[in-house]
Design a protein around this ligand. Structure first.
Ligand SMILES: Cc1cc2nc3c(=O)[nH]c(=O)nc-3n(C[C@H](O)[C@H](O)[C@H](O)COP(=O)(O)OP(=O)(O)OC[C@H]3O[C@@H](n4cnc5c(N)ncnc54)[C@H](O)[C@@H]3O)c2cc1C
Length: 552
């Protein structure tokens, strides 16, 4: 068993984790920054291709208070205002700091940072790195910055399976080296969960393979609570057809708002106005409303051939298309897509999670010493998130969590001992106790779970579907997962550990969705189609013994 120790342990090295590590190290804390993938190359941050929202006012006059107003309006009265304010007020500082660290934000005349107006934002507020390179640009900048910090030790390819809590405090974590199969324990005076979102629990998703909702399961098992778990964002216009290889399925959005791409149903009619949207030529409809409208058109038999709607750029002149799409137009051509001749088909996909770990303004959970950052945190975006707010959230909350954890660690003695480490490793040892050929492969069980979540806990839900989903989750949990013995790298075991976390997180989403008997933002109940003013409240999820339970 390998053992490492530091003042601050950061679990997950996407945008939030890397920013947290830098901020903690600035407080003179020693930091372990670990990831189940390669540091800085796993998760959503590096995949993001579009924009980062911050009221820097380079394109037109703007103020963080206006950004906050837009964020609260999109959140359908459920935003945690303190967190939303933190996001909007500190967004500009993070953009400028990243700029000093060499992020290549797209620039316009006079050296100003370019900003575009995305749906739901009242101003041109969204910064980007051309062309479709925002996420790689952000991740690359943070990776370089982390590498200049001598206090940060990077550990790749370790998957954390439990946060260790002793005497009511988070004192470290336990995990598995995915290359060697060794158990690894980590002692730390503060632990930051920055392990990203959950969209992999749905069949159709925009996620990387390591976004199975492990942060939420880790937090629940450690004694923290979650909020707003019913609010999963379904991105309205993910690519559906024709086949598109090697490109982000959600990359159409910025072009749609730059160029006024038209959304048309299967009969080639605009339809957003039927659902209260005002898309005609401007594309300002926010995500929950747009997803709803598309799915309703498909349900009414007015979908495109593959079950979505059309996104059409044929009205845009050739030269304008080439100017806006840049080299992307050539990548589309290698996929046989010529936007001057044919529209593409698009449809909603699970994309982002508004809910997550409940934290205070210092990003600390209700478990002392346990912090969270990034998409793992719930509350800032309420029932619906605005375009561009997620990377800002990762940067801002990462910085806050790292600073707070670094400060707190300075005055805290280590709570770790060998006995604590041995106890913590018991669950993992049990899972590693392999049973060849006994049961169903864990990756097959993961697929079952993804299907079930898509069918019954997707964009439209009913009480009956949600109860069926909970039964299905229980059945999968009770099905023995086959884990074949392997020397070193053991994919079966990894899948099995991930499946455990996915099931816990899936149950948290389904229970919260069942508890909210109304429709609001991204949570649409067909059996309760209206919003209920009595439910302008956040729902929490926590462990009651071994059970996942929702409470108001
Ligand atoms: C395709 C795509 C495009 C997007 N585009 C945009 C956009 O243009 N603008 C915007 O604002 N937002 C966008 N988003 C959302 C945004 O990218 C994310 O919300 C944000 O990057 C999350 O950052 P994070 O650091 O919290 O998580 P991630 O970047 O997801 O990082 C989490 C890390 O945790 C690691 N991890 C997970 N589990 C464990 C474990 N058990 N042990 C150790 N490590 C673990 C993962 O490997 C990963 O590296 C997009 C998302 C996707 C998927």
């Amino acid at each position: 068993m390998t053992h490492l120790s530091a003042d601050v342990l950061v679990v997950g090295a996407g945008g939030a984790g890397m920013y947290a590590a830098i901020a903690a190290a600035k407080q003179d804390a020693s930091v372990l920054l670990l990831d189940k993938s390669l540091v800085g190359r796993g998760g959503a941050t590096i995949m993001a291709q579009m924009t980062v929202a911050a009221a820097i006012g380079h394109e037109e006059r703007d103020h963080w208070a206006d950004h906050l107003d837009d964020t609260l309006a999109a959140g359908r009265e459920l935003c945690d205002e303190k967190l939303a304010r933190l996001l909007c007020e500190n967004g500009p500082a993070r953009i400028f700091e990243m700029d000093r660290w060499g992020a290549h934000w797209a620039r316009g005349g006079g050296g100003r940072i370019r900003q575009v107006q995305a749906p739901g934002h009242g101003r041109a507020r969204c910064c980007y790195v051309d062309f479709l390179n925002t996420g790689p640009g952000v991740a690359g900048t943070l990776r370089r910055q982390v590498s200049t910090m001598s206090g940060v030790r990077r550990v790749s390819n370790v998957t954390v399976t439990d946060v260790v809590v002793h005497d009511g405090r988070a004192v470290g974590a336990v995990g598995m080296d995915v290359v060697s199969g060794d158990i690894v324990t980590f002692a730390a005076k503060a632990v930051i969960l920055a392990a990203g979102g959950l969209t992999k629990i749905f069949r159709r998703n925009s996620a990387s393979t390591n976004m199975g909702g492990e942060a939420y399961a880790l937090a629940l098992r450690a004694g923290a609570d979650l909020i707003d778990m019913e609010f999963v964002q379904f991105f309205p216009i993910a690519h559906l057809a024709p086949r598109l290889v090697g490109m982000d399925p959600i990359m159409w959005d910025p072009f749609r708002y730059k160029l006024g791409g038209r959304l048309l149903n299967g009969d080639f009619e605009e339809f957003m106005h039927r659902y209260g949207g005002q898309d005609s030529g401007k594309y300002t409809t926010v995500r929950d409303q747009a997803s709803y409208a598309i799915l309703k058109e498909v349900e009414a038999g007015r979908g495109s051939p593959h079950g979505g709607v059309y996104l059409d750029f044929r009205h845009v002149p050739d030269a304008t298309l080439r100017d806006a799409f840049g080299p992307v137009i050539d990548r589309l051509a290698t996929n046989g897509i010529d936007l001057t001749k044919t529209p593409v088909e698009v449809a909603p996909t699970a994309h982002y999670h508004m809910g997550g770990i409940r934290v205070d303004e210092r990003m600390e959970t209700r478990v002392p010493g346990l912090y969270a950052a990034g998409e793992a945190v719930g509350g800032a975006n309420g029932a619906n998130r605005l375009s561009g707010n997620a990377i800002t959230e990762a940067l801002v909350f990462g910085e806050c969590a790292g600073r707070a954890a670094g400060n707190a660690a300075a005055g805290t003695p280590s709570g770790w001992s060998d006995a604590v480490g041995e106890d913590a490793a018991v669950r993992l040892r049990r899972a590693a106790d392999t049973k060849p050929d006994d049961g169903v492969p864990a990756n097959v069980l993961q697929l079952r779970l993804q299907d079930l979540m898509w069918e019954d806990v997707g964009s439209f839900r009913t009480g009956g579907q949600l109860r069926r989903a909970l039964d299905g989750i229980r059945e999968i949990r009770e099905t023995p997962a086959a884990v074949h013995a392997a020397d070193g790298y053991n994919l079966d075991l990894q899948d099995r550990l991930e499946l455990d976390a996915m099931l816990t997180t899936a149950e948290a989403v389904a229970r919260a969705a069942l508890g909210r008997a109304e429709s609001r933002g991204a949570h649409q109940r067909l059996d309760f189609p209206e919003s209920d003013p009595a439910l302008v409240r956040n729902q929490a999820v926590e462990m009651k013994g071994e059970e996942v339970a929702a409470r108001w």
